[in-house]
Design a protein around this ligand. Structure first.
Ligand SMILES: [Zn+2]
Length: 338
């Protein structure tokens, strides 16, 4: 352990004691995209003992410009993001444990994901999941770090339930309506923006895990890399906040996950909870019907009509080029069946 971590152990804020604390820490990274790959890379290299990575998606060519753990081979092989990431991370540090979970994060799945976790890093790209993270974090008293990046601007905010200084819903009582916010799809994003946001998220995580809590930034940190602006914005706790004051965890308690739209790539996800699918059987059935289909150990990929469909072992499917939920459900019923 000495040699690998010597440069950070020599840093006065960490030392031998801090290194030992990192080794005994468990971190949940929600989302394995632009922020998640940078965060996971950092956490692996600094020697966090246990990293749980969750993501529902697979690697695509348009990910490579900012999602640092992936390469062209992963695109070619239709690799799920968490598996492609875990393959790289294990080669970087074999002394730590990486737990990679290919699943949608929703009100049914998130509680299990947050079990025995010291801190949660929000590396998602949507507010729906962030409100869910906020609920589970405050229900279980786990700190979490919000990260957002769009274009050349990004923001980071640390939330620590035990400090009782407010939560995401104090900042914004309800999520912005779907479609009302710019997305990476419409506005684009620089890899420098996502990189810096993820670096700051990791940095605050290190402070938390090594008991340097007084050094943690409590304000919302806002950065714009095009205008070279860094601002600290003070946020106030809402004294009547439904979540952190009244303890009403509405997003977590709503146990009816639905088919959801995915940010960005013109895709719709269909998810029927707990309907396991025998991918090999499905592969044979489709192949016999002369459909162009590929199988890897994690997912089945088929191209049919104008659609590009990925089916996972838990019955979940991501359907590209479907424009409505109904259309996506119809395609699912036609080729996969339920
Ligand atoms: Zn609150």
């Amino acid at each position: 352990m000495e040699e690998r971590y010597i440069k950070q152990m020599n840093f006065q804020g960490i030392g031998r004691e801090g290194q030992e604390l990192l080794k005994n820490s468990k971190v949940l990274v929600v989302g394995c995209g632009a922020l998640g790959t940078v965060v996971a890379n950092n956490l692996t290299r600094i020697g966090v003992g246990y990293i749980r990575l969750v993501d529902r998606d697979f690697v695509e060519l348009s990910n490579l410009h900012r999602q640092v753990l992936f390469n062209e081979e992963d695109v070619h092989n239709n690799m799920p993001k968490v598996k492609a990431a875990a393959n790289k991370l294990k080669k970087i540090n074999s002394e730590i444990e990486i737990n990679s979970i290919i699943k949608d994060v929703n009100s049914v799945t998130i509680e299990g994901m947050a079990e025995n976790i010291d801190i949660i890093l929000d590396c998602t790209d949507n507010f729906k999941t962030r409100y869910l993270i906020n609920d589970v974090a405050f229900a279980k008293k786990i700190p979490w770090i919000y990260g957002g990046a769009l274009g050349s601007s990004g923001s980071v905010k640390v939330f620590i339930p035990e400090e009782e200084t407010g939560c995401l819903r104090c900042m914004m009582p309800t999520p912005p309506p779907t479609g009302s916010m710019p997305t990476c799809d419409t506005t684009g994003v620089l890899n420098t923006t996502t990189g810096i946001v993820a670096m700051i998220q990791t940095n605050e995580t290190i402070k938390y895990l090594t008991n340097n809590k007084e050094e943690i930034e409590r304000n919302l940190l806002y950065i714009d890399l095009w205008d070279n602006v860094i601002e600290k914005i003070e946020l106030k706790k809402k004294e009547d906040c439904t979540c952190c004051v009244k303890g009403d965890f509405a997003y977590l308690n709503n146990k009816i996950p639905e088919a959801v739209h995915i940010c960005g790539n013109n895709s719709i996800q269909i998810d029927f909870e707990n309907t396991n699918i025998d991918l090999e059987n499905l592969y044979k059935r489709l192949k016999n019907a002369n459909i162009s289909v590929k199988l890897n150990p994690f997912l089945l990929s088929l191209k049919v009509e104008k659609y590009d469909i990925k089916v996972f072992g838990d019955g979940r499917a991501i359907i590209k080029n479907a424009s409505t939920v109904e259309e996506a459900k119809g395609i699912y019923a036609k080729y996969i069946g339920y």
